[in-house]
Design a protein around this ligand. Structure first.
Ligand code: PHE
Length: 503
């Protein structure tokens, strides 16, 4: 049983509003307590939980004017038109019909009702077809039916429970006339103050005015907090969901990956998105007729070539290595063509060429571009991360160990390696990780040790371990997506549903 100091101001307002009647519909409660619908609904849940109120579903009937009722009200009900006609001097049915004051199918019913209302007097007959009608003085009064119809015209809708005994009778009569009245069955929740609720109200609430609900900088700096009486706040009470602006989940993953690299002793490097073919392909020992270099796979930037992309000795050595290794005449014009980088390995290789480190751990993250058909698996533009480690005795085993460490920090424990091919590494491996949800192994990234054809022309003596992986792959796995396009769909519901962090 709660005591009243634990009651929230919303709860107190609701209880107060319930006092006069002991019960109320939710709609009325919203008005009476002067709170928002949402606040009232929440407050009701809390009070119910505390046993201070209960609720029952109550059904009720709402009546309004039907189409025919509306029409008749305008032109006069048939019985009203009948007495009016009589008053105007039409004493026989024949003359009323002849003058078009009532239709023949209306007249019998009109007579019956007018008679019931004591509006006409049929006591004096002449012949059977020439009935003399005498309007009685009571004909000046509105009938109960007319009164109810008028009232409905003004009020639009009435609940049958609000009708007086006369109105109820009128309603019964009107029900016999098709389309005069529309009746709708409705339901609402009636909130009822429980005995415990009454008791708590009886004990009196703490005075709201002297209770402080928010802690402001002023209260702290003025030292006023010592005197203020703070009302307690239920920090685990359910509240409406609040969606502030947030970083895109993909950016969260990028941050997380950066964090992992840094924790493993790596430093971030960066490089341009556009590259000469030289650094994207040639320096990586990718032959000039390699299918990856074709227009279908790579975006070339038309009309732009880069003349001073490397030193003449770098160009000479790369040319020699291609000639010797691939046995063709290396064409410098191909190397000058500008591309949207197809992988972050172009950033890696430029870093190595510029810095010739004996040992280093660096990584880069950035967008790469491939001329693919967009599908659930592929985008033309995605993000790649790439790590490299160079050291005198770096081995393939170190590279695999690093992968294990890297993926473990992402929460991925089951990993295996598969031999594969890249023109620039030997040996080359593909990492596969186990997707628990799909219950299968999925390809993650490529890796290997740079070939001497790559390292020697640039003057690098130590082995270079390198690996690259798509960020979107990691994100899909993390968020359980099977379509990469979902990451870029800006589906608000999905974006909001993702937790900012996993507890
Ligand atoms: N560049 C490769 C890719 O885009 C990945 C890779 C990076 C492979 C470094 C080996 C070494 O798939």
């Amino acid at each position: 049983m709660s005591n009243n100091s634990e009651l929230h101001p919303i709860e107190k307002s609701l209880l107060r509003a319930l006092v006069p009647n002991g019960h109320m519909s939710i709609e009325k409660l919203i008005e009476a307590a002067n709170l928002s619908t949402d606040q009232v609904r929440r407050g009701i849940e809390w009070l119910k939980f505390k046993g201070l109120i209960s609720s029952t579903d109550k059904s009720f009937t709402v009546i309004s004017l039907g189409s025919r009722g509306q029409e008749r009200l305008k032109e006069g009900l048939p019985e009203r038109r009948l007495v009016n006609a009589v008053k105007e001097g039409n004493k026989t049915l024949t003359s009323i019909l002849k003058n078009g004051l009532l239709k023949s199918d209306e007249i019998n019913a009109a007579i019956a009702v007018a008679k019931r209302n004591r509006w006409i007097d049929l006591s004096q007959f002449q012949t059977s077809d020439k009935v003399i009608l005498l309007a009685a003085s009571a004909a000046d009064n509105l009938s109960e039916e007319e009164k109810l119809l008028q009232k409905l015209l003004v009020q639009n809708k009435m609940e049958t429970s609000e009708l007086s005994a006369e109105e109820r009778k009128a309603l019964d009569l009107l029900r016999r006339r098709p389309d005069y009245i529309v009746e709708e069955e409705k339901k609402h929740s009636e909130i009822i103050l429980s005995d415990a609720g009454k008791k708590i109200i009886g004990s009196g609430f703490a005075d709201e005015a002297t209770m402080e609900r928010s802690l402001t900088p002023e209260i702290i700096t003025t030292g006023n907090w010592k005197n203020v009486n703070f009302s307690s706040i239920d920090v685990i009470a359910p509240t409406p969901a609040f969606y502030p602006g947030r970083q895109h989940p993909l950016m969260d993953i990028i941050d997380e990956v950066k964090e992992i690299f840094v924790s493993l002793g790596f430093t971030e490097i960066d490089g341009p998105i556009t590259q000469s073919g030289f650094w994207n392909f040639d320096a990586l020992f990718t032959p000039q007729d390699h299918p990856a270099r074709e227009m279908q796979d790579t975006f070339y930037i038309s009309g732009i070539t880069q003349d001073s992309f490397a030193t003449s000795s770098q160009i000479q050595r790369i040319s020699d290595v291609h000639k010797e290794g691939w046995r063709y005449d290396w064409n410098i014009d191909e190397a000058k063509r500008m591309v949207l980088r197809t992988h972050t390995t172009s950033v890696t290789i430029r870093y190595l060429a510029d810095n010739k480190p004996e040992s280093a751990r660096v990584f880069s993250i950035g967008r790469v571009f491939r001329n693919e058909k967009v599908s659930y698996k592929h985008l033309v533009e995605f993000n790649q991360i790439e790590g490299i480690l160079t050291a005198r005795r770096a081995t393939l085993r170190d590279l695999m160990g690093l992968q294990q460490e890297f993926y473990a920090k992402l929460g991925i424990k089951k990993i295996k390696f598969w031999p594969t091919f890249f023109p620039y590494t030997e040996p080359s491996l593909q990492s596969m990780i186990y997707n628990n949800e799909l219950d299968k192994w999925v390809e993650m990234g490529g890796m290997g040790i740079f070939r001497p054809e790559v390292t020697q022309p640039l003057g690098l003596d130590n082995p270079v371990l390198a690996w690259g992986v798509g960020i979107e792959r990691i994100a899909m796995l993390r968020f359980g997506l099977d379509d990469v396009r979902d990451l870029y769909g800006n589906n608000l519901r999905w974006l909001r549903s993702l937790p900012k962090c996993q507890l």
